[in-house]
Design a protein. Structure first.
Ligand SMILES: [Zn+2]
Length: 642
């Protein structure tokens, strides 16, 4: 069986680059062992890293000599459809035999975009390549951390879903036993699914398989990696981190103040890793001062990280760029009742969101502000240096500034609890006589509500936002990294589609009071969701503020993000570029000068590309921003590209 190597880590720690460097290094050191590099991140960047065009199919890349590497950016939608088409008949007939719904009611639901599709598709893609048996090693570049955990929980979730289907499918059997008949049991495709889940689980637990945690020396990334490692260990199917990579490490400081602090931070981080990941090998990856782009640079970087080779400075510097002029400006007020911030992981979107919220309180002292994180790996508590939970609590010593980190799973369980109570009521009072049949429906529905479905983050987030947006306050939503943020913004439209389908399905069951209750609830919800969907497209009610770094990869991702927002009819009028190095900050340091050159090239491109937008520039701080004082100092200065 192929070995699986999973690369996990907080967004922005350079996971894709490190996973790519590893894959290139492995493919190169043993050219006869075929290696596949597979990305399951909905915001793909493999094509950017390798500087090639990649469609949704596997592509074989020559690496020089006889070495080759196959790369695959998994298209979740496509992968999922392929799977669904294969099992459509079996799924529909199972659901039809096991639930109140008829074939005509189930089919249209299967054709919509289902929650958890990305995670499911990733699992399917991994299984498909395991089956194929062509690769000695499969390297998986996963989505940012919160969603990675969801991916690892998929086999368990899937197993429970299969139990449910088994139960649903046994309905005819139960009825037959009760009334003295007989039905042919067992569904061959359930067995097939089980085998698939088992195969992925087994592959993950092989001795040759690896779970590689990538982190940077930054406090937030380190904390997150420890949290994730713990969560993976306490999962129903515990997984152990096998390697830790300390990326963007600085071990030689020249005479530069920035690098001197980075060096101190690296040293502390290495000790932190050794303390918290006892006995697990740590690989140190030196900061390049520029992006590792293209197979050749990746190989060199891979040799450095995984074989301990000394890193030669990257020869490439950006092509000639125009001069970029910056002028000082004020932090902008939030102009709409709802503001959504997003950006690639690790760009400091939560820090800037917190700064925008603190700044907003100065602009409109009478109006409360709520900042709500829908990121499954939230860091508002790290930024405000305060415990923040599912319910809003006041932060920064200001009663009118409140913060919340959405706990989607808890939110779903609370809702499911209410629904279960209703179902129990309905089934005990509504009908007699058909006792066997309905107690069965109850078992199926209760089993369904006991699972926290994948994709619940975005749904729960929309419900929460509906609650918060109703009150007289300014709302700032700190969203998950790009790919999942787009999922969130698409969610209102999807909820509207599902509610239409569900209402249609419930209509024939009007006789049951439960069905009537549910129909009323769905109708009310869809009314509110429609309002939110309209707000999203109205620049006076809501706007999206992208946050980025002045580096080539975040730049390309932001361009794609803006395109996708345009497609959704959502306009953006401003853009934040975080951590820009100023000339007086870099002095004579080679690494920082190279980094600044890449930044200036990106900034000049940005100015040309987004003429009509306000492009704000936040200066790089040697220290991380944490706590009220740091936030207040951050909103003391801001620049704008002229
Ligand atoms: Zn430096």
């Amino acid at each position: 069986m192929s070995a699986l190597s999973f690369f996990v880590g907080k967004g922005g720690v350079g996971k894709t680059t490190v996973a790519s460097a590893y894959a290139v290094y492995r493919a190169n050191s043993k050219p006869r062992r075929p290696v596949l590099l597979l990305s399951t991140d909905p915001a793909h960047s493999l094509a950017d890293v390798f500087q090639v065009r990649l469609g949704s199919k596997l592509r074989l890349l020559p690496l020089g000599g006889s070495a080759k590497l196959t790369v695959w950016q998994v298209n979740a939608e496509l992968q999922f459809r392929k799977f669904l088409d294969r099992y459509r008949v079996a799924i529909v007939s199972l659901l039809e035999s096991g639930t109140l719904f008829s074939r005509e009611e189930i089919e249209p639901l299967l054709d919509t975009t289902l929650p958890g599709m990305a995670e499911m598709a990733a699992l399917l893609a991994i299984h498909e390549t395991l089956e194929r048996g062509r690769y000695a090693e499969i390297v998986v570049d996963t989505a940012p951390i919160g969603h990675t955990l969801r991916l690892f929980e998929m086999p368990e979730y899937f197993a429970r879903f299969l139990d449910l289907l088994d139960l649903a499918g046994s309905r005819d059997q139960v009825l037959a036993e009760h009334f003295g008949g007989s039905v042919a049991a067992s569904n061959p495709f359930i067995a097939e699914w089980r085998a698939m889940v088992g195969a992925v689980q087994a592959a993950l637990h092989q001795r040759e398989s690896r779970i590689v945690m990538v982190t940077t020396p930054e406090e937030f990334a380190l904390q997150e990696s420890v949290r994730t490692a713990k969560a993976m260990l306490s999962a129903p199917d515990p997984l152990h981190v096998t390697d830790v990579i300390l990326n963007r490490a600085v071990r030689s400081d020249g005479h530069c103040l920035i690098c001197k602090q980075s060096k101190a931070r690296t040293k502390a981080a290495a000790q932190f890793v050794q303390r918290n990941f006892r006995g697990i090998p740590m690989h140190v990856a030196e900061d390049l001062g520029g992006p590792a782009l293209g197979a050749r640079t990746l190989l060199e970087f891979g040799r450095h990280v995984f074989a301990g080779k000394k890193l030669r400075p990257i020869a490439r510097t950006p092509a000639k760029k125009d001069d970029v002029k910056l002028q000082p400006t004020q932090w902008p007020a939030l102009k709409t009742p709802i503001t959504w911030t997003t950006g690639k992981g690790g760009v400091g979107k939560t820090t800037l969101s917190a700064a925008l919220a603190v700044n907003q309180r100065k602009h409109a002292p009478a109006r409360p502000v709520v900042i709500c994180s829908t990121d499954p790996a939230p860091s508002l508590d790290d930024v405000f240096q305060k415990r923040i939970g599912n319910r809003p609590v006041s932060v920064a010593g200001d009663a009118k500034l409140r913060a919340a980190e959405l706990d989607a799973a808890a939110e779903f369980r609370a809702w499911a609890g209410e629904m279960k109570a209703k179902i129990n009521d309905a089934f005990s009072s509504d009908v007699r006589g058909l006792h066997v049949d309905l107690s069965f429906e109850r078992r199926v529905l209760t089993a369904l509500l006991d699972m926290v479905p994948p994709g619940v983050d975005e749904i729960a987030a929309i419900f929460r936002i509906l609650d918060l947006a109703g009150e007289k306050q300014t709302l700032l939503v700190d969203m998950a990294p790009t790919g999942h943020a787009l999922e969130l913004l698409r969610m209102p439209g999807r909820i509207l589609l599902w509610s239409r389908l569900l209402l249609k399905s419930l209509a024939p069951h009007r006789r049951m009071s439960l069905a009537r209750d549910v129909a009323v609830q769905i109708a009310t919800l869809s009314h509110r969701v429609r309002e939110l969907a309209n707000m999203l497209k109205d620049g006076r009610s809501s706007r999206v503020v992208p946050v980025m770094l002045a580096e080539p990869l975040p730049d390309r991702e932001t361009t794609r993000l803006l395109g996708a927002l345009d497609d959704l009819g959502i306009s953006t009028s401003e853009l934040f570029v975080n951590r820009v190095l100023f000339a007086e900050d870099v002095n004579h340091c080679h690494r920082c000068q190279a980094a600044r050159e890449w930044q200036m090239e990106t900034l000049s491109k940005l100015r040309r590309r987004h003429r009509g937008k306000n492009i704000y520039v936040v200066r790089n701080r040697a220290r991380e921003i944490a706590g009220t004082a740091a936030l207040k100092s951050l909103i003391g200065e801001l620049w704008q590209i002229v």
